[in-house]
Design a protein around this ligand. Sequence first.
Ligand code: NDP
Ligand code: OXD
Length: 310
Amino acid sequence: MAILLSTKAHTMQDWKAALLAVDPSLEIRLFPDAGNPDEIEAAVVWTAHDMMELRRYPNLKLIVSMGAGVDHLLRSPGPPPGIPVARLKDVLLTSAMAEWVLLNVLRFHRQDPEYRALQQRKEWLELSAPSTAERRVGILGIGELGSASARVLTSLGFPVMGWSRSAKTLPGVQNFHGAEGLVAMAGQSDILICLLPLTPQTRGVLNARLLSALPRGAYVINGARGGHMVAEDMLAALDSGHIAGAALDVFEPEPLPAESRFWSHPKVFLTPHAASITIPASVAPQVVENIHNMRAGRSLINLVDFSLGY
Ligand code: NDP
Ligand code: OXD
């Protein structure tokens, strides 16, 4: 039996080598060279893979996302009925996101855009410097990535709030949940960070209503999915000055079209979905563990709950 790998061409060999390093006995097929469809028992796939294509494999028993997000797998038509989907939880994926979040929180907190503008004008001017204790940070989604980011930020003295679906207790983090909690948290967030999974419930959460609930001059950081942000609402909030700056890693569609205003907006700091990149060698052990679990009929790890969408 064989494992089907499907991702960007330039990373395919890295994935194959990483999985074989953990279990050299695995038979790995690189899409589109799947060989005999009857032999494919697991598919390890990234965003571009067509879920209808996976219906070709009658003995498929497991789908693994090559990232933490699974929105690309669950959207219509979705995975073949009855096939479990696993996501990744990885220490390097998590720490890289916390680094990207910290980079952007500090960029805004330490007034880096203002200092760069002063440098351009050769103006020697010291700006007032609020302490971290005065800069309130709200995090939408306080799971693997959000809670790690919260830990880093609380260690620097930022007051951190977190919004989740269910009530949660995290050390040093004030928890909010539900629709009322969202607006209550936004009203106190000088910096709002989005680290939610993209589901029907969270699509468009960064909309005009939420942005207008933020204090005037707040900053927004989106490291989750482009579908969380209503692009026109974000641009309008930036243009009006209500939002002072945004760090955006994710867009809909990707790559971001050349004509998008986000590319050249003076208040936007953009990265090309690179906040945190999966390192195959780091995640291979959990993928192989799940393949072994699947073969042995044991419980799978990091399973997606289809009813929640993440
Ligand atoms: P987790 O599943 O660990 O955490 C998700 C969090 O969001 C949980 O706190 C969950 O609440 C909360 N949540 C989910 N739905 C709702 C809702 N309707 N209302 C309020 N809160 C909600 O996900 P991760 O932290 O691992 O990843 C988050 C996302 O980050 C991924 O889905 C992916 O899209 C994105 N990502 C982006 C990367 C990049 O490079 N830009 C890299 C990696 C991931 P609860 O705790 O109650 O379950
Ligand atoms: C992920 C991502 O979901 O890279 O892991 O976006």
